[in-house]
Design a protein. Structure first.
Length: 133
C-alpha cells in the first residue's frame, strides 16, 4: 500500500491531538484535589500512572501493529482515548481518575507506537528509517 503525504500528515495530526489530550486534564487536578481532599502525593500518582502506562504500551504496541496492522491499533487507540476522556469527565473519585489516566496512557502509547512506526517505516522514508537502527 502506498503511503501518501496526506497519510503522513494525518498520522502527525493524530499524534499531536493525542499528546495535547494528555495535558488537557491537568488544570482540573487542583479542582479534583480540593473536591476529594487529595494530597500532593495522590496528585503525583495520577501524573505518574500516565507515564508508566505510556512506556509499557510503547514496548508492546510495535509488535502488535506488525501482527494486526497499524489501522486497527490506531482505531483502538482512538476508542481508548475517547473512553479515557469520558471517564475524566464523570470520575466519581480518585480511583477512577487514576484508571482514566492509565487508560489515556495506554491510548497515547498505542497511537505513538503505531503512527510513529508507520511514519518511519514508509517506503518513501526507508533510507531515513534505516539510519535509526
Amino acid at each position: 500500500m502506498q503511503y501518501t503525504r496526506a497519510a503522513f500528515w494525518l498520522h502527525a495530526a493524530l499524534l499531536t491531538v493525542f499528546i495535547g489530550a494528555s495535558s488537557a486534564p491537568s488544570p482540573l487536578y487542583e479542582f479534583y484535589a480540593r473536591e476529594w481532599g487529595l494530597g500532593p502525593a495522590a496528585v503525583t500518582v495520577v501524573f505518574a500512572v500516565y507515564a508508566v502506562a505510556v512506556l509499557v504500551t510503547l514496548l508492546i504496541v510495535g509488535s502488535l501493529a506488525d501482527h494486526v496492522g497499524t489501522r486497527p491499533v490506531l482505531l483502538g487507540a482512538v476508542g481508548l482515548q475517547v473512553a479515557a476522556m469520558m471517564t475524566f469527565a464523570f470520575a466519581p473519585g480518585p480511583e477512577v481518575l487514576i484508571a482514566a489516566r492509565a487508560l489515556q496512557g495506554i491510548a497515547t502509547g498505542a497511537a505513538m507506537g503505531a503512527a510513529g512506526q508507520r511514519c518511519l517505516l514508509s517506503k518513501a522514508r526507508a533510507g531515513a528509517a534505516a539510519g535509526l537502527w
